[in-house]
Design a protein. Sequence first.
Length: 313
Amino acid sequence: MPNVVLLFPGQGSQAPGMGRVLAQRFPAAHEVFAAADEVIGAPLSRLCFHGPADELTRTLNAQPALLTHGAAVWAVVRDVVAPMVVAAAGHSLGEFTAYHAADALALPEAVRLVRKRGELMYDSGVRRPGVMAAILGDMTSSIEDVCAEASSEGIVVPANFNSPGQIVISGEPAGVERAMVLAKAAGAKRVIKLNVSGAFHSPLMTEAAAGLEEALGMAHLADPRFPVYANVNGQPVRDAALARRLLVDQLTAPVQWIREIEAIAAAHADALYVEMGPGAVLKGLVKKIAPALKVVTCGTAAEVDALLAMVTA
């Protein structure tokens, strides 16, 4: 029986069709999507199953959609896989899905929180417009130095340390534009502006963080059943009070995904890492950070069959 580490994706992994066949095949998955519809008071499942893509991509929809899909897959495999799980992690909003899988957040609470988080982040983006950009490839300057120099034009900070050679920056439009120019000059292979509604994981989200702190303060959050590694510092979290604080801090701090995966890999080098949700974004990042790790995806009905066959063989 292998040890398992659960990984839950963040915004950007959503796509129309996500979860449709899963919910048709497995009653447990259907129930999760139906419960999310009820919590939100809108047909989130229809948006997941059929789109349109532009509506699904809106922050306030993408976040609960991704959490619901991750929770639906977990509901299907849980009885078999739960005894094997030694740790979990999630990228940005995926950290909430990880706490749900760890029995720290009940599904209705988790869906409500990420819906609220998405609304707060969108509203912050309207009030303090910001942008994000991906910087790909190695540079002769550190990303911190690039952002510091560009900040003379406007706030800009590292937002996601995704993998070696993939960093995302976030901030005010003029600052990000300047940083993109400086990154190219420092040897970056590509710089790509991202299709997002605000400067996530930057000081521009301070107002959203205050709103999320209030929402988390009213939510019931239990101690996780297994350690959930935090985006903010890459360390395992075992109690609800610390989880609350770090989930708030996460909105204005960079996602330390490289540090997080390295920390989990140091503790669980031989585990099976399972990306639960649509797509394979995290699998790709993990293989760049720690190529020796065994990583599989589990977001479709076929991938559920493959995972269950693998862990029970």
